[in-house]
Design a binder for this molecule. Structure first.
Ligand code: KG4
Ligand code: ZN
Length: 338
């Protein structure tokens, strides 16, 4: 069969991205991140993000087409993130995609950003449906059984913070640099994970829902205790706190994954995606668990785990094959649960 060539666009958070995909081959993938623009504000500023997306999309598309040595006329379809996300950014992408579709007559496909993440293991490793995925990032934490390009069954999700958020807050509380995940992981390498007690939230309750806000509270209490006892934190204290915190996250994610795997008959694999999936200790623990269940484990390369447009192009191609195209009434949706 003929593999279609898809231009993908992503602008739902703080990365502007464009990619060209043919079948499962990524011909190009351009990501312009806005970290520097938001650095002074301690978080993503929606107004600044929307403006930057509107300014950068053109260039990203041009670069994606030229990197792929192709042109708009050779593209078969245009896929764009239509939600969920910051409305200004999603709108920029949807307007751009509609304009391109109207001007070229190519089909337009609106893609759910989370579906993009969830379908990535199929793009990278050809996983067959159904499979289980743990999405674990700065904004998400959920278990999904992926039954088809637009068919997802959610087994559980966080009831408060996402783990990446918890890593970032922990780093802030301990005076380590952002993003917190890598700096906490690094500090934990020389730490003793059993020195400080951290809770394992929600393990006492059945099901696959997760909670992480209690870890931050526990960390704050331990830190303040150390400061009042000894007048400050020693480097070893920081490492021990990081190790204890990281171990708690790992244990919770492993036990909930264990339950999700037990509840998922007939899956072809267990995949993990999102920025936190970069954590070496967590990745290793999840892989061991998966193999204990006799289920192949897939952890896509990090560049495809974090926000990118290749995953949007792929999810668009899968949706197009199953359901056909959208039309120019496609709208941007700030909220769009799977
Ligand atoms: O998927 P991602 O790039 O962006 C979204 O959240 O959409 O994930 C970023 C998150 C940040 O919170 C960052 O601290 C975390 O992933 N992260 C890590 C590691 N690398 C990045 N968390 C734990 N260990 C890491 N090595
Ligand atoms: Zn994302």
């Amino acid at each position: 069969s003929h593999d279609i060539t898809v231009l993908g666009l992503e602008s739902s958070c703080d990365d502007t991205a464009a990619a060209v995909l043919r079948g499962r081959e990524i011909l190009s993938s351009v990501v312009a991140d806005q970290t520097a623009l938001h650095a002074a504000y301690g978080g993503v500023v929606p107004e600044i993000a929307a403006r930057a997306h509107a300014e950068k999309l053109d260039l990203c598309i041009e670069r994606a087409l030229s990197d792929a040595r192709t042109s708009l006329s050779d593209i078969d379809a245009i896929a764009v993130t239509a939600g969920p996300g910051l409305i200004g950014g999603v709108l920029s992408g949807v307007m751009m995609a509609k304009g391109l579709s109207a001007a070229t007559g190519k089909p337009l496909i609106g893609v759910n950003h989370l579906a993009g993440h969830a379908l990535t293991p199929r793009l990278t490793d050809g996983l067959e449906y159904p499979y289980l995925i743990l999405l674990v990032s700065g904004g998400h934490c959920q278990f999904l059984r992926v039954d088809g390009p637009t068919t997802f069954y959610r087994l559980g999700s966080t009831i408060d913070d996402a783990p990446g958020e918890a890593f970032d807050k922990t780093a802030r509380l301990l005076g380590l640099p952002q993003p917190g995940g890598p700096s906490v992981e690094h500090s934990a390498l020389s730490g003793v994970e059993t020195r400080f007690a951290f809770p394992r939230p929600l393990l006492d309750r059945p099901g696959c829902d997760l909670s992480f806000s209690g870890l931050k509270t526990a960390l704050l209490r331990q830190r303040d205790q150390l400061v009042s006892d000894q007048g400050g934190l020693h480097p070893q204290d920081i490492s021990d706190l990081c190790a204890g915190f990281q171990a708690a996250i790992r244990d919770v994610l492993v036990e909930k994954s264990n339950r999700a795997l037990r509840a998922s008959d007939g899956i072809t694999g267990f995949a993990v995606a999102g920025g936190v999936a970069a954590n070496t200790q967590l990745r290793a623990a999840l892989e061991t668990l998966s193999l204990d269940h006799d289920i192949p484990f897939v952890a896509p390369p990090l560049a495809l785990c974090t926000d990118n447009a290749a995953m949007i192009a792929f999810a668009g191609a899968e949706k197009f094959a199953a359901e056909g195209a959208d039309d120019l009434t496609l709208t941007a949706r700030p909220r769009w649960p799977l």
